[in-house]
Design a protein around this ligand. Structure first.
Ligand code: SF4
Length: 363
């Protein structure tokens, strides 16, 4: 009987591992590259799909390796074109990815963890707690699936990838960087790292590590309040990673990499949307060569005490920033009709519909 649990995951083998395996299986050497291409370029879901490999070899592969792939369990399309996917992992946990069309851009927003340990007070994922880190192939699969949806719906590839879904990417450092390697590699999806932005709630020591590792992608700081006093109220991580320390880490990152750094700032009604808040934000913005401040309209989530800033207040906030020559953009709330706030869909599935949705394993 097949021992499925002990078979190694085929996607944990490097190209040289595959070359060794192919030689041991008495197959021609070029099979290793064919196989690697199916895994990382063509995004095959099963060995059976690898149509240019001999049937006997595919059977041997299926016998020797496991090949778990994310399952797309739920797709929701908003009236504004936003597509939200609920992905089921092979152990039954769920994560979300979103495809956001906007102007010329087709952006994939992906998750790095199932749940999140950081407990930000405005975030649905924060209320889930951390379930586990994702493996690199699980992050890769989200991008590959969203890219396929982009091709089906818009006839073209993704233009941008943001790590702004569930989880704190810097707390799953190794797997996130391995995933980005496959996403950007010419042997993989061949995306430009300049089109990738990793968003962090701010873990100083890991920002130093990104700089030392000379990464090529951009960074976004999820700031959401420009003083330590306010930020600590909504983001517990701020108690151990204060704003001045984060700014020092970001300065180091910028000096070493020259990659873009932006600020994300969700406008929360009567909490961080006053003129004083705008002034504090401008002061902080001037400390580093931030590329842009992305103001984000809040998508209220049921467990959070916050609500969306009224549009005339948001307009005043933006106008002040613009008068101060801040490069500012307002990101309109997308997909409000489809639970598109970070963690919202998974929360619905976990808390309300978990009994109704079948858990489908990846294989
Ligand atoms: S905002 Fe990001 S870091 Fe904060 S709880 Fe949500 S997923 Fe985690």
């Amino acid at each position: 009987m097949k021992q499925t649990s002990v078979r190694p995951n085929i996607r944990h083998l490097s190209l040289s591992d595959l070359q060794e395996y192919v030689a041991g299986a008495a197959q021609p050497a070029y099979r290793a590259r064919q196989l690697y291409g199916w895994l990382w370029q063509k995004h095959a879901r099963s060995f059976e799909q690898m149509s240019d490999l001999p049937k006997t070899f595919r059977e041997k592969l299926a016998n020797d390796f496991s090949f778990p792939v994310l399952n797309v369990e739920l797709l929701q399309q908003s009236r504004d074109g936003t597509v939200k996917c609920l992905f089921r992992l092979s152990d039954g946990k769920a994560v979300e990815g979103v495809l956001i069309p906007s102007g010329d851009r087709l952006t994939a927003c992906v998750s790095s963890q199932a749940g999140c340990s950081l407990g930000c007070k405005f975030c649905a994922t924060g209320y889930l707690g951390l379930q586990r880190n994702l493996m690199f192939e699980e992050i890769f699969d989200q991008v590959a699936f969203l890219n396929e949806i982009a091709m089906q719906q818009a006839g073209r590839r993704l233009t941008n990838i943001v790590f702004m879904g569930m989880g704190e990417p810097l707390l799953n450092y190794k797997q996130v960087l391995l995933a980005i390697d496959k996403i950007t590699s010419p042997d993989g999806l061949a995306f430009s790292p300049r089109r990738i932005t990793l968003s962090t709630a701010g873990i100083s020591k890991m920002i130093y590590r990104l700089a030392d590792d000379q990464v090529k992608f951009n960074l976004a700081l999820s700031l959401h309040a420009a003083t330590d006093e306010k930020r600590s109220q909504i983001m517990p991580i701020n108690q151990s990673n204060r704003i001045p320390d984060l700014l020092e880490a970001l300065e180091y990152f910028y000096k070493l990499t020259r990659n873009e750094i932006s600020i994300e700032y969700i406008l929360l009604k009567d909490f961080n949307d006053s003129l004083d808040d705008a002034k504090a934000l401008v002061k902080l913005y001037r400390k580093l060569p931030f590329k842009v401040v992305n103001l984000i309209e809040y998508n209220p989530v049921s467990l959070s005490p916050f609500s969306r800033t009224e549009s005339h207040v948001a307009d005043q906030f933006i106008a002040y920033l613009q008068r101060q020559h801040v490069n500012v953009r307002l990101r309109r709330s997308r997909g409000a009709d489809i639970d598109a706030a970070c963690g919202q869909l998974a929360n619905v599935v976990h808390t309300e519909a978990a009994q109704r949705l079948p858990h489908v394993n990846a294989r």
